[in-house]
Design a protein around this ligand. Structure first.
Ligand code: NAD
Length: 323
């Protein structure tokens, strides 16, 4: 059986597939039109962030499993896969830790103005130490949008490391999670109005697209910071830029963009109140191994007739009578 890798993954995942007896091929380009041509005789596929749309799935006559290397599923057409009885699996335990660590990095970097201080120091402006005050994170309020695996880990770490007060907004949270000691569940409006740091960890869905727009940014404290670790379209990038330029908020940070890679003249690039990383918070050297091996495990499980450990479309497969 043949397994296709759409974008490069760590070699340990490929070795697992080969040792399980599969032929492993690399797509010649992640462009959906190219993948749609090359997918025809493939039994399993490992997808990263490139689109895996209905056209590709319709062309994939033999496909039995789509493994998402990572968590977010907004690039995979779950309905089309499920209609055709194709399992979709992901690697939910692989990257939460790394994304949570990167969130703490942004919280500290914003509070301590690392970017500005580094630049001033190396440009012989040592006097900057008296010109701009930085702040302690200790005891501040952290608002978490999306209290899933990553959101919960961020809460635990920020509580333990900085004694932060934790607010969370998550309309779909399992009631048992609400008992989590030290976390107050609030409305989005309350969270935005009260938080010193807001961090986004919700999936991109029709409900979360543009969840953070001008009115939401205006309702934040002028001293507050907002961080997007989830998906670019969850906030309106133009509105974030306006909020930074007009001082509605103090600063921002993002790992994700509405289009990736962002255009060379993306307006964020000229704004020094926002810290940017290239969607690499889950690409630590440890995490890429966990994601590659987790995705390979999902493919192997389905292609050898086992029930997958990390299924994501069980309900949809049932809905279409495929399970
Ligand atoms: P998860 O499924 O464990 O948690 C997501 C949480 O968001 C759930 O508790 C869910 O109830 C909640 N949610 C859903 N709709 C919501 C809404 N409208 N408002 C508020 N909360 C809502 O997922 P996770 O592993 O914690 O990952 C969260 C997201 O982070 C992923 O969907 C992905 O897009 C993103 N992510 C980004 C990176 C990165 O490299 N930057 C890596 C991993 C995940």
């Amino acid at each position: 059986m043949k397994v296709m890798i759409i974008q490069p993954i760590h070699e340990s995942g490929i070795k697992m597939l080969e040792q399980a007896g599969f032929e492993v091929v690399q797509a010649s380009d992640p462009d959906p039109e190219v993948v749609a041509q090359e997918i025809v005789d493939v039994d399993g596929v490992i997808v990263r962030t490139s689109p895996f749309n209905a056209q590709i799935i319709q062309n994939a006559q033999r496909l039995k499993v789509i493994a998402r290397h990572g968590v977010g599923l907004d690039n995979v057409d779950l309905e089309e896969a499920s209609k055709r009885g194709i399992w979709v699996v992901n690697t939910p335990n692989a990257n939460a830790l790394s994304v949570a660590e990167a969130t703490l990095m942004f919280i500290l970097a914003l509070a301590k103005k690392v970017k500005q201080m580094d630049s001033a120091t190396r440009n012989n402006h040592f006097e900057v130490r008296d010109l701009f005050s930085t702040m302690d994170v200790h005891g501040k309020t952290l608002g978490i949008i999306g209290f899933g695996r990553i959101g919960r880990l961020v809460a635990r770490k920020c509580e333990a490391a900085f004694s932060m007060r934790i607010l969370a907004y998550d309309p779909y949270i399992d009631p048992s999670q609400k008992q989590q000691v030290g976390v107050k569940f609030v409305t989005l409006d309350e969270l935005l109005a009260e938080s010193d740091f807001v961090t986004i960890h919700a999936p991109l869905t029709s409900q979360t697209r543009n969840l953070i727009d001008e009115p939401q940014l205006k309702s934040m404290k002028p001293s507050a910071f907002i961080i997007n670790m989830a998906r670019g379209p969850i906030w309106n990038e133009q509105a974030v830029l306006k909020a930074l330029e007009e001082g509605w908020i103090a600063g921002a940070a993002t790992d994700v963009f509405s289009e990736e890679p962002p255009a060379p003249d993306h307006p964020f690039f000229k704004c020094d109140k926002i810290l940017l990383t290239p969607h690499n918070s889950a690409l630590t050297k440890e995490c890429v191994v966990r994601m590659a091996q987790g995705a390979a495990q999902g493919v192997i499980e389905v292609l050898t007739g086992e029930y997958p450990t990390w299924p994501v479309n069980t309900e949809l497969l049932k809905k279409y009578g495929k399970l």
